[in-house]
Design a protein around this ligand. Structure first.
Ligand SMILES: Nc1ncnc2c1ncn2[C@@H]1O[C@H](COP(=O)(O)OP(=O)(O)OP(=O)(O)O)[C@@H](O)[C@H]1O
Ligand SMILES: [Mg+2]
Length: 270
């Protein structure tokens, strides 16, 4: 094609690799077309963040990502007055920028955010689509294309930290989980450069480790960790050492549990 590619075509052409597990891309696209905010739920390292970067590129939208934590205030999202060269100037936060530009604003680990943050999200996530900025007296109407995406891991957070029904019932929600072994082998091979036949036993091991979730382990091993192990192996590290460093040590500090996990490694790799 000559130089006539649109912004969206360009974005789609170099979108980060994401292998779909089901109809999540179509659902996200439909939510976007209809101005609906999206909530992604799922365990750590299963592809939520990658999915959002992929979809933002596919849709040709800028992406503002905010990692939420318990100190994050509404001002961090909306903006604040700052002193610049003796003058006070208003500086937009990432949410305000996304609202003005019609971008995607992605709030990662949204349950960590303080209560005053969720209050800000309410008028933006119903049909009003407005962002009141108290400090400047502005009331911004979200530009076309603005989309709010939030994610969290329902597993390990304490129960007090779930979202209020009045917040969660403003989102179209999608549940993520680790891919099937077939797909996970493809993902790990693509990400690490290790051949599929060498990735396969790592994925088999991951399946066994995930079986221990809830008994010995808080969380099953993530796709991210399998990618780490495969990457180490692809660059020359021994399989044993790579597995221990990337798929066992990150899971537990308990020596007995670790021994049990290493037994599983022997069972899979002989
Ligand atoms: N379906 C997929 N397609 C492509 N890569 C994937 C997929 N699933 C997982 N990955 C790989 O796993 C890694 C971790 O995924 P990601 O960072 O998106 O996890 P996450 O769900 O956002 O985790 P967390 O909750 O810890 O933020 C990615 O960097 C990518 O290498
Ligand atoms: Mg993430």
């Amino acid at each position: 094609m000559d130089g006539a590619m649109t912004q969206q075509q360009k974005g789609a052409a170099d979108a980060p690799f994401y292998l779909a597990q089901g109809d999540e891309c179509a659902l996200f696209q439909a939510a976007s077309d209809n101005n609906l905010p999206v909530l992604l739920k799922g365990p750590t390292g299963c592809g939520k963040t990658r999915f959002v970067s992929h979809m933002a590129a596919q849709l040709g939208r800028p992406l503002y990502t905010v990692a939420c934590h318990d100190d994050l205030s509404a001002a961090d999202l909306i903006g604040r007055y700052l002193l610049k060269g003796g003058e006070t100037v208003w500086v937009d936060g990432p949410l305000t920028r996304a609202v003005r530009e019609g971008a995607i604003c992605y709030l990662d680990e949204v349950v960590e955010a303080r209560k005053d943050v969720t209050v800000v999200l309410h008028p933006l996530t119903d049909d009003r689509r407005i962002l009141p900025i108290d400090r400047t007296g502005e009331e911004l109407e979200a530009a076309p294309g603005f989309m709010l995406v939030a994610s969290y891991n329902p597993g390990y957070q304490n129960i007090l930290k779930t979202l209020k029904p009045s917040t969660r019932q403003r989102f179209v929600a999608m549940e993520f989980d680790f891919p099937t072994p077939e797909l996970e082998i493809k993902v790990v091979a693509q990400e690490s450069g290790l051949s599929a036949d060498r990735v396969a036993p790592l994925v088999r091991l991951a399946g066994k480790l995930r079986g221990l979730k809830g008994q010995d382990l808080e969380e099953g091993v993530s796709t991210r960790l399998i990618v780490y192990a495969a990457t180490l192996i692809a660059t020359g590290m021994s399989v044993d050492r790579a597995i221990e460093a990337a798929m066992i040590e990150p899971l537990t500090d308990d020596a007995d549990v670790k021994r049990g996990l290493l037994d599983l490694v022997t069972a899979v790799f002989g």
